[in-house]
Ligand binder design. Sequence first.
Ligand SMILES: C[S@@+](CC[C@H](N)C(=O)[O-])C[C@H]1O[C@@H](n2cnc3c(N)ncnc32)[C@H](O)[C@@H]1O
Length: 281
Amino acid sequence: MTKSDQNWRRDGVRADSAFDVVVDGYDAVYAAAASSPAFARLWADHAYGGPFPAEFAHISFLTYDELQAMAHFLALGEGTVLADLACGTGGPGLWIARQCGASVIGVDPSSAGLAQARKRAEQVGLADRSLYQLGTFASTGLGHGAADAAVSVDAIQYAPDKTEVFREAYRILRPRGRLAFSAFEVDPERVAGIPVLGVDPVPDYAPLLATAGFAIDSYQESVGWAVRVPATFGAVMEAMPTLADEMGEAAAASLQMEAAPTLQLQPYRRRVIVHARRLER
Ligand SMILES: C[S@@+](CC[C@H](N)C(=O)[O-])C[C@H]1O[C@@H](n2cnc3c(N)ncnc32)[C@H](O)[C@@H]1O
């Protein structure tokens, strides 16, 4: 992380230790993931739910079917702009941009994730149609109506204020712009021991979307998530010595910190796939 990123973390976001834990954890994992064949293998075997284009790989639970359905719903064309909120290393957003001829602006608080996203954009020939910048759900740095559509994959559950997530998505989307996301609904009673999920646990995103000014086209439980999530985190725990060897102690500890409580406390009610449209007020 550069000095200016550190300042941004301190000044651009309210001091929030749970937020720092999440971002430091992702920084460590993103910096090390590419050097771990064991991590790539176990994620592909358990998390993806089937084949997924390798050059757009991610470390979430998005299936190729879900990605294709999101791209279809977002209905982007040549010259349009997609915002990828919590883009991480950028795989899903870049896949959609390539399919549709759109540009992508990725926002994430992890500078290590953004560095990997820029590298990936070069590798898949989309460097001239992509931009990656530090930001959060609450403060994306994008202008009013800057995006024709927005996507977010498996990250909203971390946001310290979910109301802000949808307020900001509404602000950056053009009128009638579309939003597709996957996220975990959190069971508030189970997350007291998990600070990163316990700050603002939301068991149902639908009311927040309505309040922010979105109409929901579809709100569905993700197929097979209840098997894939424990299988993936179980495999992470089993492979811990190998992961520590290949990725280093910090990255392995971050993975363990996510895997162990997820397995023990089962904090997620459901993983959902949501397609929504920004209404005009
Ligand atoms: C499971 S990863 C998903 C990354 C990416 N969407 C993908 O599918 O490859 C979760 C991401 O959420 C980001 N994140 C965590 N808290 C955030 C916040 N408050 N605002 C925006 N992004 C956040 C993390 O840095 C991380 O990159």
